[in-house]
Every structure is written in C-alpha cells, then in structure tokens.
Design a protein around this ligand. Structure first.
Ligand code: URA
Length: 219
C-alpha cells in the first residue's frame, strides 16, 4: 500500500555507533551491531582494515564467504585481483584502508549448490542502515580519495542514482551530508566482476585504468 512503512524503514546502525570513538572502539562496537537483520545469519561483523593514516580508502560491497569466516575484508579471490591492480596502478595496497558498504555477509542457499552459501546483494535499505559505520570510518581516516568498488559501493557513497557503467573512472565529489563527507570519489568496477568477465584481461585492464585515475588524484 502506498505510503505504508515497512519494518525495513527502521533499519539503522546509528544507535550502535559510539560518539567520539577511535577506530579500535568503533570496530569493537560494530561487532555488536544489530541495526538490521543481516547479523543473524552472518558469522561476524567484518569491519574495515588497513592503514589508519591512509590517503586512499577503498570501499567494496559486503564481505564474501571467506571474509565472513576470517573477519577481514577482501581476503578472498577478489582481494587478490584488487591488490595486483592497485600495485599496477601505482597505489601500494599496504598504504590503503579497505572496508565494505555493508559489514555483514548476506547470502542464500540454492538447492543445486548444496551447502554452499551464495552471495545475495544487500537491499538499498540495508545499505542505508550500515551507512553510519561507513561515515564514521571516512571521518576517522579522512582519505584524500575514496575508490568505490562496484555499483553497491557507488550507491552507498553517491546515492541510488549512481551507475557504475557511466561513471567509472571519473572524479566525483561525495555529497557532504552522505557517508563520503564531500571527499573525492573515483568509482570503478568491483574486482569480482573481473573474475566473472568473459574477457578477464580486458576487464582487469579497465580496473587498472580506473585505479590510475585515483593514483593521479593522489599525486
Ligand atoms: N567483495 C566485497 O565487496 N568485499 C569483500 O570484502 C570481499 C568481496
């Protein structure tokens, strides 16, 4: 019914995000986040990791199966592609901070895949619910450039009208009132799109080219 509020409208991490916390305290608090139902099936919260003084911050979609088990972002196959591409673009992966727009793994089971947990994209409301964690990370890291990895990260940082195919490899300004706090954003494809592409080499080269835009912005 038009105008009816769904329970998802009430999803928000805001009450779980402590004021004035440092990164360690934020990570601890995020472990207990119950701001949306995704915590119920996930193993744990996967908070951001990396250099707290990073000039470049990378934002993915949500943890995958391996990240959910290990509690760290981008430790699976997509992370390996990303590290190689960053290096090739002239950005030292060890000097970045990496996180996800959504901090819990969302998945489903499909009968033909047995016990395998199959990634499910987060809804816009789950994305918005997790926004306060991302905003707090951006605030504390204060990056010069944020690389949005894929459509979900782009929507989290730039709004729901973001289109990765049209806006990748460009320099954009994050909305001052959104999680990006006015920082410079360079969107690109998600590294897992390279792994799924028919022409992996071309997709990988495209990722590197976009990351070079971020590297140039860093000077
Ligand atoms: N994909 C993501 O978006 N994030 C991860 O941490 C792993 C895979």
């Amino acid at each position: 019914m038009a105008g009816t509020k769904s329970p998802e409208d009430a999803y928000t991490a805001a009450p779980f995000v402590p004021d004035g916390a440092d990164l360690g305290a934020l990570r601890e608090a995020a472990a207990g986040c119950r701001g949306c139902p995704l915590h119920r099936d996930a193993t744990q919260t996967v908070f951001g990791a990396g250099d707290p003084d990073a000039r470049a911050m990378l934002v993915g979609e949500q943890p995958g199966d391996q990240e959910d088990r290990q509690g760290k972002p981008f430790v699976g196959p997509a992370g390996k592609v990303l590290d190689r591409a960053l290096d090739e673009a002239g950005i030292d992966p060890d000097e970045t901070y990496i996180t996800n727009a959504v901090k819990h793994f969302k998945f489903t089971y499909v009968p033909e895949r047995g016990k395998r947990r199959i990634h499910k994209p987060p809804s816009l409301r789950e994305l918005a619910a997790c926004g306060p964690w991302l905003a707090a990370e951006v605030e504390l890291i204060g990056p010069e450039v944020i690389v949005a990895l894929g459509a979900t990260a782009g929507k989290a940082l730039l709004g729901s009208s973001f289109r990765v195919t049209q806006q990748r490899g460009t320099r954009l300004e994050g909305d001052a009132s959104g999680p990006a706090r006015g920082a410079l954003i360079v969107p690109t494809i998600h590294p897992s799109a390279v792994l799924r592409a028919d022409d992996r080499e071309a997709a990988y080269e495209g990722l590197v080219a976009d990351l070079r835009v971020a590297a140039e912005a860093l000077g």
